[in-house]
Ligand binder design. Structure first.
Ligand code: DP6
Length: 322
């Protein structure tokens, strides 16, 4: 009863922030992302007869209590849906550094869900896997699928899952993650999601989202880079406006973040290069471009004074068994 799965991280063009139901992790709004092929988590789950408790390892070492607790909760959820009551050894690793501004919970819980389901012999389809992955981390629901993906917020556990808009070979985009701060963020997204009700900017963002979601779906289908750029940048700025106006406020941006925002907009608007930025719950900036401009943008980013390093990934495929 053992399986190994690999899942790519993802970067959202339209983000979700806030949850309708915290326990079930049902997001406030739909989100649209692209799965990342070269930034992944790989997880092995092995259910064994003679184990007295679950054992969780991260990068070959015993995981921290908070990390283990979240993983064990997820194992408990999946075990509760089966007749199995065995304990497991879970070994997980990422091929990117923690705290690099890349959501390791997305790839991590997607890989954990696929490995656990397969170790238990469950024949779940992608919709079911996505619903279960969501319970580990909202954005993990999207990492079950490859290419361009929409997480339907839904209204309850059964209606909140991800679907594919287009597969990864539809449009060869890539993500250059510019790292301005490698330290772990002070307020993680699980805590941050709870603050959305404290700011009036949240409902202003929701009013606009319907339009931005439609614009993003259509931009992906038509491969209209400039529309995708416009919708994504608007939403990233709006989400950070929600964060900054929360009580207490969440300021994720650092000086290097602003330097990158200005540089990327300048390259697009003045130099006519297809490039845009988006930012998750942290200071690092995800720079999206078309594969053929990857080298040019990487070189430009590394010339900026406040970016310490970059990580790059092309668009990737669904979570799968290794
Ligand atoms: C800003 O999926 O990290 O990246 O369910 O608490 O793990 P948890 O939240 P998480 O939230 C994602 C927040 C975001 C936006 C996005 O990816 O849509």
């Amino acid at each position: 009863m053992k399986a190994t799965a690999r899942a790519g991280s993802n970067i959202a063009f339209i983000k979700f922030w806030g949850q309708k139901n915290e326990a079930l992790r049902i997001p406030e709004n739909n989100s649209i992302s692209m799965t990342l092929g070269e930034l992944w988590s790989q997880t092995t789950v092995s259910f064994e007869e003679d184990l007295h408790q679950d054992q969780i390892f991260f990068d070959g070492e015993e995981a921290s209590p908070s990390f283990s607790k979240r993983v064990i909760q997820h194992l408990d959820l999946i075990r509760s849906l089966t007749q199995v009551n065995l304990q497991a050894i879970v070994e997980t690793q990422n091929n990117f550094p923690m705290g690099a501004g890349i959501a390791s919970s997305a790839s991590g819980f997607a890989a954990l869900t696929v490995a656990t389901a397969n170790a238990l012999g469950l024949k779940w389809n992608q919709k079911r896997l996505s619903m279960i992955a969501r319970r580990g981390s909202g954005s993990a629901a999207r990492s079950i699928l490859g290419g361009f993906v929409e997480l339907l917020a839904g209204v309850d556990d059964d209606t909140s899952y991800a679907t594919q808009i287009k597969p990864e070979d539809h449009w060869k985009l890539c993500d250059i993650v510019a790292i301005v701060e490698a330290e772990e963020k002070e307020v993680g997204s699980s805590e941050g999601h709870q603050l959305f009700k404290t700011t009036p900017v949240h409902s202003a963002r929701l009013n606009k989202l319907h339009h931005l979601l439609a614009m993003t779906r259509s931009a992906i289908e038509r491969k209209d880079f400039m529309s995708l750029a416009k919708a994504s940048e608007q939403d990233a700025i709006m989400m950070h406006a929600v964060m900054m106006t929360s009580d207490p406020p969440l300021f994720y941006w650092e000086p290097g973040t602003i330097e990158l925002i200005k540089a990327v907009r300048n390259w697009r608007i003045n130099d006519n290069i297809p490039v845009f930025f988006t930012i998750d719950a942290g200071p690092n900036v995800h720079i999206i471009t078309i594969e053929q401009f990857r080298k040019e943008i990487e070189a430009r980013v590394l010339e900026l004074s406040l970016t310490s390093q970059i990580l790059t990934s092309s668009i990737g495929s669904s979570a799968s068994l290794v």
